[in-house]
Every structure is written in C-alpha cells, then in structure tokens.
Design a protein around this ligand. Sequence first.
Ligand SMILES: [Zn+2]
Length: 200
Amino acid sequence: EFGISFDVYSRTTSKTHHELASEFFKTLYDKGEFIEKTSMQYYDEEAHQFLADRYITGECPHCHAEGAYGDQCEKCGTSLSPTDLINPKSAISGSQPVMRETKHWYLPLDKHEGWLREWILENHKEWRPNVYGQCKSWLDMGLQPRAVSRDLDWGIPVPVEGAEGKVLYVWFDAPIGYISNTKELLPDSWETWWKDPETR
Ligand SMILES: [Zn+2]
C-alpha cells in the first residue's frame, strides 16, 4: 500500500551478517584494539547462565519497592546496578544468583575520542539536533571503554579461542547489519561503495 519494494531484504541472523560481523571483531582483535577485562557478574546456578541486568530483580535500595530491575527501579526511576538490589533474584529461575568471574573484550572508546569528536561535532552538524546533542553530551562526559561481548546462549559467537559461551554484544554487531545488507545487495562492490567519499 505504501508502494515500497525491496532491492534486498535481510536481517542480522543471516549467514552473510554472521561472517562479516565476525570479521570485524577478528580484524580489531588481531590489531590489538580490544582490552580484555575480567569482572564479577551475577550467575544463575539453576539456569546455568550469566544474568543480564534486566533479568535480576529485587528490592530497590532507595524506595524499597519490590521487583526493581538490575538496571533501574521502575517505581522511583533511579538507575541501579545489579549489586545495588537487596535480596536479588534471577527472573529466569527465581533462585538467588551468585557472583562469578567472567572475561570480556572492551573497545576503548576513550582512545578514539579525538577523531570521533571531530567527525561528529565538526563534520556532521547536519544530524538531527537530538542525535547530535546526545552524542555531544557523551563526548563531553568523556568516553569509556565498552564491552563488545557478553555471556549469552544466542547471538554471534566471539570468534577467538577461549570464548565459549560468549557472543558479540548487540550494539557492536547490529550496526554492521547495514554493511552486511549492502554486501548481499552488491556482492562485488559493497566495500568500494562504503569507502567512496562520494557515497551518500
Ligand atoms: Zn525505587
């Protein structure tokens, strides 16, 4: 009804995307661009998995409402981290999670702040004001290393040895979806298309 047709229709579950996202990770990994960090995270011993912040609930330390999430209390709006919760529970099995050590790879965004600042704030003033403003506030606060992997049983496996049970974090792999889609549309010329300064 909108008169839309597709030149290509794909998604981030495609084989092309898995291969390309793995390649991006491998390239950065081989260049030594990542930092490896070990941290303690909540683990559900009944469900045998690490728990994302949203999968941990408990009592809010501020307003004492029950059922606050590991990232936020919906009742009082306070941002939380999972260790702030009183009597934390796994939303998957209902059991009490334990702290367990886990290793992840981080992209040191702070190391790239210089060129990002110039590329965004100087060269992309045409971006929508809310997007531009959000980026500017992150840059002004100072960028931090950000994990590009996490412990999950679905997603694109981290393509290095010793990374069993770890997948690429969605913020890292999803934007690569735009590139893997063009790779499906233009199998031979996608790379020149992306790198051509005349491309709009
Ligand atoms: Zn609260």
